[in-house]
Design a protein around this ligand. Structure first.
Ligand code: MUC
Ligand code: MG
Length: 373
């Protein structure tokens, strides 16, 4: 077999409406911008990847536009001409020429994996060592900002067997108001659902001490990123005193962050995101650190569309244990699809294709309709 080289890399911004405004502490999403990557190889094979973030620049230090520019100007030129099947050489070159930029790197690594899977006729999960399951439990994020509406949304998803894990977005409102909101949702759903919260770093330590106490006493199962990622000592203290487990999300911006959080004892659960680690292979390094440290795992999202969601899913399928399930619901938050094979959600789970690559292809007409000009 002659060696396939990376011939060209195209990045495409796609703006898609959401099914309802999605209110996070720092930003309300009513339109999500996907960053789609199309990597063409000299053997005619095309790999797809996605480098999507949320909330412009309000969530992380890469925006859709900076991701596109950094790939177009810096990362793609460094990859052109390289062996398309050598993930190690390609990703090590990117790490040499670019600090951080894990979102951009994640989409490129995903595209290389998709292309190689198609080339070999195997699923990306196979390239990652093999899947140990075919589907993943998927939770939903309640973020309408209204208690009655959140409860109605959760009841509906329980009825139609789509979700039974609900993560409530809080942090923007006064503490007592947010706590009342979450406790009311938990009381309405009772034992039929797992209710969790994501504070997106919006509490200070004093608020978090009270917040974690009330939430733990009221049956909330998991508390995600209650305080700033910068306050490591505070995270360690909260992790020691909170009844409900503390999950690190924003605290993990790299595999190295995962190691130091584990070493410090700053969280008992890690949110795994391909975008925060630099790709499906990179996120598995963070998972291995967690496994070695006895830290439990959750398959998290940056609200990617089908491509990024499946890239994450193929990695999560290979893990020994995913104790907290996943939140790979991104495609369900969007009103439009730009792929030919919409991800399959059934009986609380995402069913992941076992076809070559990621198992997804672009619908060129719909892409043309929604791509940014
Ligand atoms: C986050 O902080 O978890 C993931 C799901 C969601 O609703 O927001 C994102 C970001
Ligand atoms: Mg989070």
């Amino acid at each position: 077999m002659t060696q396939a080289k990376i011939e060209s890399i195209e990045t495409i911004l796609v703006d898609l409406p959401t099914v309802r405004p999605h209110k996070l502490a720092m930003h309300t999403i009513s339109q999500q911008t996907l960053v789609i990557i199309r990597l063409r190889c000299s053997d005619g094979i095309e790999g797809l990847g996605e480098s999507t973030t949320v909330g412009g620049l309000s969530y992380a230090n890469e925006s859709p536009e900076s991701i596109k520019t950094n790939i177009d100007v810096h990362l793609a030129p460094a990859l052109i001409g390289m062996d398309a099947s050598n993930f190690n050489a390609a990703m090590q070159r990117l790490d040499r020429i670019a600090k951080g930029n894990t979102f951009a790197k994640s989409g490129l690594e995903s595209a290389l994996l998709d292309a190689q899977g198609k080339r070999q006729g195997v699923a990306v999960s196979q390239l990652l060592g093999g899947r140990v399951r075919d589907s993943l439990e998927v939770g939903w994020v309640l973020a309408s900002g209204n208690t009655a509406r959140d409860i109605a949304e959760a009841e509906h998803f329980l009825d139609v067997r789509r979700h039974r894990i609900f993560k409530v977005k809080i942090g923007a409102n006064p503490l007592e108001q947010d706590l009342k909101h979450v406790v009311a949702i938990k009381q309405a759903l009772g034992d039929r659902a797992s209710v969790r919260v994501d504070v997106n770093q919006y509490w200070d330590e004093a608020q978090a001490i009270r917040g974690c106490q009330v939430l733990g006493d009221n049956g909330i199962d998991l508390i995600e990123q209650p305080i700033s990622r910068i306050n490591r000592a505070g995270q360690v203290r909260l992790n020691q005193r909170s009844l409900a487990p503390i999950m690190a999300d924003e605290s993990i911006e790299s595999v190295e962050d995962a190691f130091s959080l584990a070493a410090d004892g700053a969280a008992s659960v890690f949110a795994l995101k391909i975008a925060k680690n630099g790709g499906p292979r990179a996120v598995l390094r963070t998972a291995q650190i967690a496994e070695s440290a006895g830290i439990a795992l959750y398959g998290a999202t940056m609200l990617e569309g089908a491509i990024g969601t499946l890239a994450s899913a193929h990695a999560f399928l290979t893990l020994k244990k995913l104790a907290w399930g996943t939140e790979l619901f991104g495609p369900l938050l969007l009103t439009e699809e730009i792929v030919n094979e919409a991800p399959v959600y059934r009986d609380f789970e995402l069913h992941v294709p076992n076809t070559p690559g990621l198992g997804v292809s672009l619908d060129e007409e719909r892409l043309a309709l929604f791509r940014r000009r």
